[in-house]
Design a protein around this ligand. Structure first.
Ligand SMILES: [Mg+2]
Length: 284
């Protein structure tokens, strides 16, 4: 991993957007700091598209897509995305009024219908219940009610689950045909094939008009842990916040660049470097 000082103006100038993880990348132990939130505005001012990409639930994505200065939110490790439609004419008695800026409806992009999702999820909940009975250090995560595709077990958010328990749970679940993904806080159970890289590339090609191959060069990815590994491998320009060093053992491909600061401060540091290079680079 290289220091941010080695990032070149050409690297920064070639970007169309930045995709970023939330937990322990933009957020500090779940909390949004002024530095990290401000960094999103500074990036956006240089003309970059911004896409959040998280293992957190669709219900959380619904909220941040409405409120944050971002173009899309990928949730549940790539299975579902939220985007804002262009604001249309206002129907009813107010017809003729100009739509409010940013007031377009937020829509959820999911390949499966609601009934199929509910049936799949009920089966995953039963398996997760069985896991937390067998491994009492673990518990169902607090955010399950807002999920549509996966089920999460808390392994590091409010619980400290021994790594050997996590490994055994993953092996048992794999035998039952369930895919598992691990973030810094959760073990995810899913039957969806998506991950952060495939979810991001699919969104970029279907909603942003990007060629799926070129998208990997035109978008940077910023992350910190195991479920970001696929994106560190898929995208050309990748960044880790300093706490990624604790997860290098679980990453087959590390990020190309690493910040000296952790979490939200690291995200702000990466952002400052990209903004500085984009502002100072000569016009192509
Ligand atoms: Mg993370």
């Amino acid at each position: 991993m290289k220091p941010l000082s080695l990032l070149t103006p050409d690297d920064a100038r070639a970007l169309a957007g930045v995709i970023f993880d939330l937990d322990d990348t933009v957020l500090d132990h779940g909390a949004l700091t002024e530095a990290a939130y401000g960094a999103l505005f500074r990036l956006r001012e240089t003309g970059l598209a911004l896409i959040a990409c998280t293992g957190r639930p669709a219900g959380w994505g619904e909220v941040i897509q409405r409120q944050w200065p971002i173009d899309a939110t990928i949730v549940e490790n790539g299975a579902v995305a939220l985007v804002r439609e262009q604001a249309g004419p206002i129907a009813g008695p107010g017809e003729g009024l100009a739509p409010v800026a940013g007031a377009g409806r937020v829509v959820k992009l999911d390949a499966l219908d609601r009934d199929t999702r509910r049936a799949r999820r009920a089966e995953l909940v039963a398996l997760a219940d069985d896991m937390v009975r067998r491994f009492p250090a673990a518990a169902l995560a607090d955010d399950n009610d807002q999920r549509v595709t996966d089920v999460t077990i808390d392994i590091g958010e409010h619980r400290r689950v021994p790594p050997e328990d996590v490994r055994t749970m993953r092996a048992v679940l794999r035998e039952r045909g369930v895919r598992t993904l691990v973030s810094s806080v959760h073990l995810h159970l899913t039957r969806d094939p998506a991950d952060k890289a495939t979810g991001a590339v699919r969104l970029l090609s279907t909603r942003f008009g990007e060629d799926p191959t070129r998208a990997r060069y035109r978008y940077a990815f910023v992350g910190d842990s195991g479920n970001d590994g696929v994106a560190f491998a898929a995208f050309t320009l990748t960044f880790g916040v300093a706490n990624v060093r604790a997860h290098l053992g679980k990453l087959s491909v590390p990020p190309r660049f690493v910040a000296s600061q952790p979490m939200g401060r690291g995200f702000a540091e990466i952002t400052r470097r990209i903004v500085e290079l984009r502002k100072n680079a000569p016009e192509p």
